[in-house]
Design a protein. Sequence first.
Length: 384
Amino acid sequence: MNKIQMVDLKGQFEKIKDEVNASIQEVLETTAFINGPRVHQFQKNLEEYLGVKHVIPCANGTDALQIAMMGLGLKPGDEVITADFTFAATVEVIALLNLTPVLVDVNEDDFNINVEAIKKAITPKTKAIVPVHLFGKCANMEAIMEIAKEHNLFVIEDNAQAIGATYTFKNGKKAKAGTIGNVASTSFFPSKNLGCYGDGGAIFTNDDALAHKIRGIVNHGMYERYHHDVVGVNSRLDSIQAVVLDAKLPRLDAYNKARQSAARKYNEAFKGEKNIITPAGNSTCEGICENCDCHVFHQYTLRVKGVNRDALAVYLNENGIPCGVYYPIPLHLQKAYTDSRYKEADFKVTNQLVKDVISLPMHTELGDDQIEFITSKVKAFING
């Protein structure tokens, strides 16, 4: 059995290295390092894959989220609702822009932002909702878009963990995660489902005017050299990262299918374990069936009950099994984002999840023998 990795980037690279190396060499020889033709090629290919009118590449996923908010013209003091149970970048950019973050609880089954909590949090100052498609599972976008329409709010999808996932509306219509709200951001951090070999990100939108504004923002506010029409930043995807992403993009669906297959095998191995709660999709779909793409398993995250989660993590590491706790502290309890408005009673689910969750290795190269070893060790600890 090969050494178990949390994310096996080397194994994935071995299968595409000839194409990647040749493309990187092409960039080096043409010296078109920033905003070169290969960046534009990747942009167009991603637009076609997502079925979205505009993809604007940028330097990283955090920049993408910040730039999306800048493009919408949100003003200091405007309230932005987002999930308490997620990575700090989501709330970080809200605070950086002097907007007011409003954190709300999440669902117990799929870890995504709770629709009823959103409704309760809306005030006259609310201007936007940021649903995070956490761990690769689409949030309840149909309900969120209905709330946004009713209250005239922007919807900014944080799609850093769910690129390639497909959301299905009640009428059967389908759309890729990141193409439903007013604008979306994603990250191409190496460990993502579509990751480059450095930092990278992108913004998606179907709004022509918003796309135009964002294209200026990412390039110092310029549409014409040395003419600064809007306040901007320096956030551009370099050509070397673009060619890596362009090599992976045609394989993204296969990568996601491999993750879904691994998730099904994990779930099957844990079936009947009363102390383990496996990842859920929604009320009608577990997100792991053969024909479903609502969950692309950026992470495979269990909940363990009646078990010392931290001791389990130590035990797994001692047995050569990497694991992660995403996330150990709710955002509302982080020193940078504490606020007297928050009441612990409003975060019952999040406060429990941070005690229960543990993420197991999940990537495109997981072997059946590795999954069998991982699951046997988890069960041995829990039942020991």
